[in-house]
Design a binder for this molecule. Structure first.
Ligand SMILES: [Zn+2]
Ligand SMILES: [Zn+2]
Length: 339
């Protein structure tokens, strides 16, 4: 059986349009796998890092890890799903199940995990094969393209929000305003926090205000520390893939505050001055993807709180330009491939 997919032979700058539309032969279904006809796949910044080779040298891969589709075929050992079910596939393709991390509910840190659209072919494709133990039942009442971005952009924001551990009603600052931040802003607002959005993009700040941000600020208009130091910021989440906002956030958070970095890859070097950025029991930590438990919690929360992405549907053929727009911070919300 064949599938039409956006295929990457080897990493290249996105401006070279490295993803080529190709017919690929699907492998035989293994016992624990399902074949899914893809309805929608979100375009995530991580895919840009994959395509440009920042997550390591890869070859011959189909990116895409925010996948919503319908099961068309199941392997012999699959007991929990049936043909016709609508399911989601995300970044964590599988984990080993037996290491210290897997055994302690931290499968996101498993040293033998595989990733959708990186170690295994992903959702920039009409069909995808997935491990049935790592796919998700999806809430009804949301469109395919409304759910797809929740599966990574939303989930990573949720885990970052959880690790930020901000007290009820406190102020959270978010640096960068792409796919993940625009969902996490909604989450934090609906859970009663004050939210500050910092971005260099005026259109992003406008969207942030429309989505309920209490205060927005562009570093083009002045010094971040001087403008945010009196804002009583307890936690900051860094969505922009850069060292600069991390250093700014550490400086503006109040004593015992936390800075959580949501990105899988950061440009630049983080230089920390102990007195002004880390002393007073401040914490800096990173987030690595999500666990299945996080995803199940988040999908329930997103449904109950009516969190929906701002999205534009695109065709598979347009995925190079969508990734270029992510690189240039030109996307409002998210772009979703609709099949
Ligand atoms: Zn493991
Ligand atoms: Zn992602």
């Amino acid at each position: 059986m064949k599938t039409k997919a956006a295929f990457l032979e080897k990493p290249e700058k996105i401006e070279e349009n490295p993803l080529k539309i190709k017919e690929l032969e699907l492998p035989e279904l293994k016992e624990n796998e399902v074949l899914i006809k893809v309805n929608a796949c979100g375009v995530c910044r991580t895919d840009l890092h994959v395509v440009e080779g920042e997550l390591g040298e890869i070859k011959n891969i189909v990116p895409g890890h925010e996948v919503v589709g319908i099961i068309e075929k199941i392997g012999k050992e699959v007991k929990t799903q049936k043909i016709g079910n609508r399911v989601g596939v995300a970044w964590l393709y599988s984990s080993c199940g037996s290491c210290e991390y897997c055994l302690s509910g931290r499968e996101n840190l498993c040293q033998n995990k595989q990733f959708t659209g990186f170690s295994k072919n992903g959702g920039y494709s009409e069909y995808i094969i997935a491990d049935n133990r790592f796919i998700f039942d999806l809430p009804t009442g949301l469109k395919d393209e409304e759910i797809a971005p929740l599966l990574c952009s939303g989930a990573i924001g949720y885990r970052s929000f959880k690790l930020a551990n901000a007290s009820p009603g406190s102020t959270i600052a978010m640096f960068g305003f792409g796919g993940s931040a625009h969902l996490t802003l909604q989450l934090a607002k609906k859970l009663g926090h004050k939210v500050i959005i910092v971005s260099r993009n005026e259109n992003h700040l406008k969207l942030a205000s429309e989505l309920g941000a209490d205060f927005t600020f562009s570093p083009k208009n002045g010094d971040v520390y001087e403008n945010l130091k009196d804002k009583d910021i307890e936690a900051a989440i860094i969505f922009a893939p850069s060292a600069i906002p991390i250093m700014n956030a550490l400086k503006v958070i109040k004593p015992s505050g936390r800075v959580v970095v949501a990105g899988i890859h950061i440009y630049g070097e983080i230089k920390i001055d102990y007195d002004s950025q880390l002393f007073h029991e401040k914490t800096l930590l990173s987030v690595e993807s999500y666990t299945r438990e996080d995803m199940i919690e988040y999908l329930r929360l997103a449904t109950n709180l009516n969190i929906k992405p701002v999205y534009t549907n695109i065709k598979l053929e347009d995925v190079n330009s969508a990734l270029t727009e992510i690189k240039n911070s030109e996307v409002m919300g998210v772009k979703v491939i609709k099949f």
